[in-house]
Design a protein. Structure first.
Length: 234
C-alpha cells in the first residue's frame, strides 16, 4: 500500500503472471484471491491523473474498461490447467450502477451481493438474494423443484419490495419531511396500481421508480428517466 502508483498498478498483473506459471508450466489448477479489485481501479485512476488524461463522466479513468479487460481476460482455462478467481468488490456509496462494480461484474460468472440493509436487521450472512447472480442455480445442479421455487420466490420478494416503495406515495402532511409535493390519487387508481404490481405487469420496472410517486403512470415515466440516466453514465 505504501508503493508508488506506477508500481502498485502492476501488482494484479504480477499475481496473474505467477498464476499462469503454475497453470501452464506446472499444469495445475490455480485458485486466485483478489482483495480488493477496487484498489486496482483506484490506482489506475491515480496513474491516469498523473498522465494528464481527461477523466470519464463519472470521474474514473477513460481506460477503465480496457484495463479491467486486460486483467480479467487472463483468468481462464487451458488444456494444461485453469485459473479460478474469487474477488471482493468495494461498491462506492452502495451504488451497483457505479462504474467500478458494473465494469467488474461484466467479467464475472457469478456475484454474491452483501446488503448493508440486511446487516442492520441482524441477518448474517447478509446476502441479498435478489441482486446476487449465482451460476450454480441451474436445474441440473440444484434440481428442477429447487430451481423453480427459487425463481418464484425471487419474483415474490421483488414484488413485495416494489409494494413497499409504492406505499411511499407523497402525501400532503409529509411534504416537510420528504421535500416532495403531496399528490392526490383516487382509491380506485391506487388499488389498480397494487394489482398491476402483484400481477407481474411491472416486473420490468425497477423498485426505485416506485418511490415517492403518485400513480403507476408516474412510476413508468420515472423508470424511463432512470434508464436514460444509466445509459448516459455508461
Amino acid at each position: 500500500m505504501n508503493e508508488l502508483s506506477g508500481a502498485h498498478i502492476r501488482v494484479g498483473l504480477t499475481a496473474l503472471t505467477m498464476a499462469e506459471y503454475f497453470r501452464d508450466v506446472n499444469e495445475q489448477d490455480v485458485l486466485l484471491f483478489i482483495d480488493n479489485i477496487f484498489r486496482f481501479i483506484q490506482v489506475g485512476s491515480e496513474v491516469s491523473a498523473l498522465l494528464g488524461r481527461m477523466p470519464s463522466a463519472m470521474g474514473y479513468q477513460p481506460t477503465l474498461s480496457t484495463e479491467m479487460g486486460t486483467l480479467q481476460d487472463k483468468i481462464t482455462s487451458t488444456k494444461a490447467g485453469s485459473i479460478t478467481s474469487i474477488q471482493t468488490v468495494y461498491v462506492p456509496a452502495y451504488d451497483l450502477t457505479n462504474a467500478p462494480p458494473t465494469t467488474t461484474f461484466a467479467h464475472l460468472d457469478a456475484t454474491t451481493i452483501l446488503s448493508r440493509g440486511l446487516a442492520t436487521k441482524g441477518i448474517h450472512l447478509a446476502v441479498d438474494p435478489l441482486d446476487s447472480t449465482p451460476t450454480i442455480l441451474q436445474p441440473r445442479i440444484v434440481g428442477e423443484e429447487h430451481y423453480e421455487t427459487t425463481q418464484r420466490d425471487r419474483l415474490i420478494v421483488a414484488r413485495e419490495r416494489k409494494i413497499e416503495c409504492f406505499l411511499s406515495q407523497p402525501v400532503f402532511v409529509a411534504e416537510v419531511f420528504t421535500g416532495s409535493p403531496g399528490k392526490y390519487v383516487g382509491l380506485a387508481e391506487t388499488i389498480s396500481g397494487f394489482q398491476l404490481i402483484l400481477s407481474g405487469e411491472l416486473d420490468g420496472v425497477p423498485e426505485q421508480a416506485l418511490y415517492l410517486v403518485g400513480n403507476i403512470d408516474e412510476a413508468t415515466m420515472k423508470a424511463m428517466n432512470l434508464e436514460m440516466e444509466s445509459n448516459l453514465k455508461k
